[in-house]
Design a protein around this ligand. Sequence first.
Ligand SMILES: NC(=O)c1ccc[n+]([C@@H]2O[C@H](COP(=O)([O-])OP(=O)(O)OC[C@H]3O[C@@H](n4cnc5c(N)ncnc54)[C@H](OP(=O)(O)O)[C@@H]3O)[C@@H](O)[C@H]2O)c1
Length: 247
Amino acid sequence: MNNPFSIASKRILITGASSGIGRSMAIACSKMGAEVYFTGRNAAALTQTLEMMNGEGHKMLVSDITSLQDVEKLVSELPILDGIVSNAGINRRMITQYIKEMDMDMILNTNLKAPIMLAKALLKAKKINFGASIVFVSSIAAFHSSIGDGVYSASKGGLSSFSKVLALELASKKIRVNTIQPGMVHTGLTEVGPLSDEDYKKDEQRYPLGRYGNPEEIAYSAIYLLSDASVWITGTDLVIDGGISLI
Ligand SMILES: NC(=O)c1ccc[n+]([C@@H]2O[C@H](COP(=O)([O-])OP(=O)(O)OC[C@H]3O[C@@H](n4cnc5c(N)ncnc54)[C@H](OP(=O)(O)O)[C@@H]3O)[C@@H](O)[C@H]2O)c1
């Protein structure tokens, strides 16, 4: 039976798969029959991801995406890919007057420079198949403001802008480029920073659908963008946020 939503046998790279959204994506893609190449810096946590995956042929690759040497090595170890989910990212909340240059460099390097340099390296090495799909994990923070998120928002806004240019550049090869923009999702990322559990609970109640997201709910959207069901979608931002950006 022809199933346009299938990603079976597609070769997919997922960065930042040692926890949270990336781990859920690796697990969900493996359950859908894809061959998954997944990265992070923490080898023990990547091994745990592998243990939760289905099927054979997956490969974990320990790699710091902010290191050009690591990225070069990573790209050399990859096959030609049908899908890429550039998901690794970090956040440190701080209001503007307390921004430290070191934190700013770390956030911009990880969330913006690294995904761009990885895309460049994959393209130069001809590791992206004709008709492939690239998904950048951005955030509603790109266009939806919250106090203390200035640098993070700038990194994700930059990523969304970059993805649209890349979509234009790669359209002739039928390679599609889109972003996913999640609202708050329960992961380690939401556990760091100055907000208390009570602050988070109060914030969660503001969501029109009544709660924050779960990582697998973001993974399912990535699978849609990786599949041929979205073959005419490129240069777009897919908001997945329980309706919070409506208010
Ligand atoms: N959770 C949310 O509410 C939310 C909302 C909107 C968007 N997002 C975005 O979703 C993505 C995933 O976040 P998450 O919530 O799943 O956070 P998470 O659980 O902290 O996962 C982040 C992942 O990124 C990897 N990573 C970070 N820096 C890296 C580096 N220098 N090199 C390689 N890997 C690196 C981490 O792996 P290692 O530590 O092993 O290196 C980890 O696997 C991020 O881009 C984030 O901005 C999250």
